[in-house]
Design a protein around this ligand. Structure first.
Ligand code: GSH
Length: 222
Protein backbone atom coordinates (compact mmCIF):
# COMPACT_ATOMS: atom_id res chain seq x y z
CA UNK A 1 0.00 0.00 0.00
CA UNK A 2 1.15 3.54 -0.72
CA UNK A 3 2.32 5.70 2.18
CA UNK A 4 2.20 9.44 1.60
CA UNK A 5 4.94 11.16 3.56
CA UNK A 6 3.05 14.33 4.10
CA UNK A 7 4.91 17.51 4.98
CA UNK A 8 2.53 20.04 6.51
CA UNK A 9 1.43 22.98 4.35
CA UNK A 10 3.11 21.66 1.24
CA UNK A 11 2.49 20.54 -2.32
CA UNK A 12 1.86 17.08 -0.91
CA UNK A 13 -1.78 18.04 -0.31
CA UNK A 14 -2.43 17.29 -3.98
CA UNK A 15 -1.42 13.68 -3.54
CA UNK A 16 -4.01 13.28 -0.79
CA UNK A 17 -6.65 14.88 -3.01
CA UNK A 18 -5.69 12.59 -5.93
CA UNK A 19 -5.87 9.45 -3.80
CA UNK A 20 -9.21 10.56 -2.36
CA UNK A 21 -10.63 11.19 -5.86
CA UNK A 22 -9.55 7.66 -6.81
CA UNK A 23 -11.06 6.20 -3.65
CA UNK A 24 -7.70 4.52 -3.03
CA UNK A 25 -6.52 3.18 0.30
CA UNK A 26 -3.30 4.69 1.56
CA UNK A 27 -1.34 5.36 4.69
CA UNK A 28 -0.47 8.84 5.80
CA UNK A 29 2.56 9.89 7.77
CA UNK A 30 2.63 13.51 8.93
CA UNK A 31 5.81 15.60 9.22
CA UNK A 32 6.19 19.11 10.61
CA UNK A 33 8.29 21.84 8.99
CA UNK A 34 11.27 22.95 11.07
CA UNK A 35 13.53 25.95 11.64
CA UNK A 36 13.29 29.59 10.59
CA UNK A 37 13.30 28.55 6.94
CA UNK A 38 10.38 26.13 7.50
CA UNK A 39 12.06 23.28 5.64
CA UNK A 40 11.39 19.55 5.89
CA UNK A 41 12.87 17.83 8.99
CA UNK A 42 15.97 15.62 8.80
CA UNK A 43 13.92 12.39 8.93
CA UNK A 44 12.03 13.59 5.83
CA UNK A 45 15.27 14.41 4.01
CA UNK A 46 16.40 10.82 4.57
CA UNK A 47 13.46 9.36 2.65
CA UNK A 48 14.69 10.31 -0.84
CA UNK A 49 17.98 11.83 -2.11
CA UNK A 50 16.28 15.08 -3.18
CA UNK A 51 14.50 15.42 0.19
CA UNK A 52 11.39 17.22 -1.05
CA UNK A 53 7.68 16.87 -0.42
CA UNK A 54 5.72 15.07 -1.74
CA UNK A 55 7.48 11.74 -1.34
CA UNK A 56 5.68 8.41 -1.33
CA UNK A 57 6.75 4.87 -0.51
CA UNK A 58 5.13 1.70 -1.77
CA UNK A 59 6.84 -1.36 -0.28
CA UNK A 60 10.55 -0.82 -1.03
CA UNK A 61 9.82 1.79 -3.71
CA UNK A 62 10.49 5.44 -2.85
CA UNK A 63 9.37 8.20 -5.21
CA UNK A 64 9.60 12.00 -5.08
CA UNK A 65 8.53 14.73 -7.59
CA UNK A 66 4.85 15.58 -7.78
CA UNK A 67 4.18 14.70 -11.41
CA UNK A 68 6.16 11.44 -11.22
CA UNK A 69 4.04 10.48 -8.20
CA UNK A 70 0.83 11.48 -10.00
CA UNK A 71 1.73 9.25 -12.98
CA UNK A 72 2.79 6.39 -10.69
CA UNK A 73 -0.54 6.50 -8.87
CA UNK A 74 -2.61 6.85 -12.06
CA UNK A 75 -0.75 3.87 -13.59
CA UNK A 76 -1.96 1.83 -10.62
CA UNK A 77 -5.55 2.83 -11.37
CA UNK A 78 -6.04 2.07 -15.07
CA UNK A 79 -9.82 2.26 -14.59
CA UNK A 80 -9.61 5.94 -13.60
CA UNK A 81 -10.70 8.89 -15.74
CA UNK A 82 -8.38 11.56 -14.36
CA UNK A 83 -6.10 11.33 -17.42
CA UNK A 84 -7.91 12.02 -20.74
CA UNK A 85 -7.43 9.49 -23.52
CA UNK A 86 -4.39 9.89 -25.83
CA UNK A 87 -5.32 11.53 -29.12
CA UNK A 88 -8.13 13.65 -27.65
CA UNK A 89 -8.07 17.45 -27.48
CA UNK A 90 -8.51 17.11 -23.70
CA UNK A 91 -5.31 15.04 -23.53
CA UNK A 92 -3.29 17.84 -25.15
CA UNK A 93 -4.70 20.43 -22.76
CA UNK A 94 -4.13 18.02 -19.87
CA UNK A 95 -0.47 17.48 -20.81
CA UNK A 96 0.13 21.20 -21.13
CA UNK A 97 -1.39 22.10 -17.76
CA UNK A 98 0.08 19.17 -15.86
CA UNK A 99 3.59 20.14 -16.94
CA UNK A 100 3.21 23.93 -17.11
CA UNK A 101 1.97 23.90 -13.52
CA UNK A 102 5.05 22.19 -12.12
CA UNK A 103 7.54 23.31 -14.76
CA UNK A 104 6.60 27.00 -15.07
CA UNK A 105 4.11 28.17 -12.45
CA UNK A 106 5.31 26.47 -9.27
CA UNK A 107 8.96 27.63 -9.66
CA UNK A 108 7.73 31.22 -10.11
CA UNK A 109 5.65 30.98 -6.94
CA UNK A 110 8.64 29.60 -5.04
CA UNK A 111 10.86 32.38 -6.40
CA UNK A 112 8.24 34.89 -5.32
CA UNK A 113 8.36 33.49 -1.76
CA UNK A 114 12.18 33.46 -1.73
CA UNK A 115 12.27 37.11 -2.88
CA UNK A 116 9.86 38.07 -0.09
CA UNK A 117 12.07 36.29 2.42
CA UNK A 118 15.23 37.87 1.00
CA UNK A 119 13.89 41.25 2.01
CA UNK A 120 12.53 40.28 5.43
CA UNK A 121 15.47 38.10 6.46
CA UNK A 122 18.56 40.09 5.41
CA UNK A 123 20.30 42.35 7.99
CA UNK A 124 18.48 45.70 8.15
CA UNK A 125 21.44 47.74 6.81
CA UNK A 126 21.43 45.99 3.42
CA UNK A 127 17.62 45.78 3.25
CA UNK A 128 17.18 48.92 1.06
CA UNK A 129 19.63 47.60 -1.57
CA UNK A 130 18.08 44.12 -1.45
CA UNK A 131 14.63 45.69 -1.87
CA UNK A 132 15.83 47.59 -4.91
CA UNK A 133 17.39 44.54 -6.59
CA UNK A 134 14.45 42.27 -5.77
CA UNK A 135 12.00 44.92 -6.99
CA UNK A 136 13.83 45.12 -10.32
CA UNK A 137 13.86 41.33 -10.78
CA UNK A 138 10.17 41.18 -9.91
CA UNK A 139 9.33 43.96 -12.33
CA UNK A 140 11.36 42.70 -15.29
CA UNK A 141 11.16 38.94 -14.92
CA UNK A 142 8.83 37.52 -12.28
CA UNK A 143 5.68 39.64 -12.55
CA UNK A 144 5.40 39.61 -16.37
CA UNK A 145 5.71 35.81 -16.37
CA UNK A 146 3.22 35.36 -13.55
CA UNK A 147 0.75 37.78 -15.13
CA UNK A 148 1.01 36.00 -18.46
CA UNK A 149 0.42 32.60 -16.88
CA UNK A 150 -2.48 33.75 -14.70
CA UNK A 151 -4.03 35.48 -17.71
CA UNK A 152 -3.85 32.22 -19.64
CA UNK A 153 -5.27 30.13 -16.77
CA UNK A 154 -8.11 32.64 -16.43
CA UNK A 155 -8.83 32.46 -20.19
CA UNK A 156 -8.76 28.65 -20.27
CA UNK A 157 -11.10 28.42 -17.28
CA UNK A 158 -13.45 30.70 -19.20
CA UNK A 159 -13.69 28.00 -21.89
CA UNK A 160 -14.42 24.96 -19.72
CA UNK A 161 -15.22 23.94 -16.17
CA UNK A 162 -11.78 22.41 -15.59
CA UNK A 163 -8.43 23.05 -17.25
CA UNK A 164 -8.61 20.24 -19.79
CA UNK A 165 -12.38 20.26 -20.42
CA UNK A 166 -15.61 19.46 -18.61
CA UNK A 167 -14.12 16.69 -16.48
CA UNK A 168 -11.73 17.05 -13.58
CA UNK A 169 -8.26 15.71 -14.43
CA UNK A 170 -5.02 15.23 -12.52
CA UNK A 171 -3.83 18.52 -14.06
CA UNK A 172 -6.51 20.33 -12.02
CA UNK A 173 -5.40 18.49 -8.91
CA UNK A 174 -1.80 19.61 -9.46
CA UNK A 175 -2.90 23.16 -10.28
CA UNK A 176 -5.16 23.40 -7.20
CA UNK A 177 -2.33 23.92 -4.75
CA UNK A 178 -0.72 26.60 -6.95
CA UNK A 179 -3.96 28.56 -7.07
CA UNK A 180 -4.43 28.26 -3.30
CA UNK A 181 -0.93 29.68 -2.86
CA UNK A 182 -1.44 32.38 -5.49
CA UNK A 183 -4.69 33.45 -3.84
CA UNK A 184 -2.79 34.07 -0.60
CA UNK A 185 0.42 35.55 -2.02
CA UNK A 186 -0.92 37.50 -4.99
CA UNK A 187 -4.72 37.66 -4.61
CA UNK A 188 -7.39 36.32 -6.97
CA UNK A 189 -9.82 39.26 -7.06
CA UNK A 190 -8.93 40.12 -10.66
CA UNK A 191 -9.48 36.51 -11.75
CA UNK A 192 -13.15 35.47 -11.43
CA UNK A 193 -12.66 32.19 -13.31
CA UNK A 194 -9.79 31.21 -11.02
CA UNK A 195 -11.98 32.03 -8.02
CA UNK A 196 -14.70 29.82 -9.51
CA UNK A 197 -12.17 26.99 -9.92
CA UNK A 198 -11.14 27.32 -6.26
CA UNK A 199 -14.76 27.16 -5.16
CA UNK A 200 -15.50 24.07 -7.28
CA UNK A 201 -12.34 22.42 -5.96
CA UNK A 202 -13.22 23.15 -2.32
CA UNK A 203 -16.77 21.83 -2.83
CA UNK A 204 -15.57 18.41 -3.96
CA UNK A 205 -16.06 15.66 -1.35
CA UNK A 206 -12.62 14.19 -2.16
CA UNK A 207 -10.93 17.55 -1.60
CA UNK A 208 -12.79 17.95 1.69
CA UNK A 209 -11.72 14.45 2.74
CA UNK A 210 -8.09 15.28 1.88
CA UNK A 211 -8.30 18.47 3.93
CA UNK A 212 -9.79 16.60 6.85
CA UNK A 213 -6.86 14.17 6.85
CA UNK A 214 -4.44 17.06 6.39
CA UNK A 215 -5.65 19.06 9.39
CA UNK A 216 -5.10 22.80 9.48
CA UNK A 217 -3.90 23.98 6.05
CA UNK A 218 -1.93 27.20 5.81
CA UNK A 219 0.17 27.48 2.63
CA UNK A 220 3.26 29.60 3.34
CA UNK A 221 2.47 33.25 2.74
CA UNK A 222 5.91 34.62 3.54
N1 GSH B 1 9.74 19.73 -7.97
C1 GSH B 1 9.32 19.22 -6.70
C2 GSH B 1 9.31 20.37 -5.73
C3 GSH B 1 8.94 19.93 -4.34
C4 GSH B 1 9.17 21.01 -3.27
O1 GSH B 1 9.91 21.98 -3.46
N2 GSH B 1 8.52 20.81 -2.11
C5 GSH B 1 8.63 21.70 -0.98
C6 GSH B 1 7.31 21.74 -0.24
S1 GSH B 1 6.08 22.70 -1.01
C7 GSH B 1 9.62 21.13 0.03
O2 GSH B 1 9.89 19.96 0.02
N3 GSH B 1 10.09 22.00 0.93
C8 GSH B 1 10.82 21.59 2.09
C9 GSH B 1 12.29 21.50 1.90
O3 GSH B 1 12.82 21.82 0.82
O4 GSH B 1 12.95 21.10 2.87
C10 GSH B 1 7.97 18.52 -6.84
O5 GSH B 1 7.28 18.77 -7.84
O6 GSH B 1 7.60 17.70 -6.02
Amino acid sequence: MITVHHLENSQSIRILWLLEELGAEYKLQHYKRVGVNTLAPEEYKKLHPIGTSPTITDGDMVLAETNAIVDYILDKHPEQSLRPLPGSEERTRYLFWLHATQGSLMPLLIESLIFKRMISKVPFFIRPVTKLVVGKVRETYLNPRLNRLFGYIEAELGKSTWLAGEKLTAADIVMGYCLEVAEIRIGADDYPNIKGFLKRMRDRPAYKAAMEKNGEFKPLAD
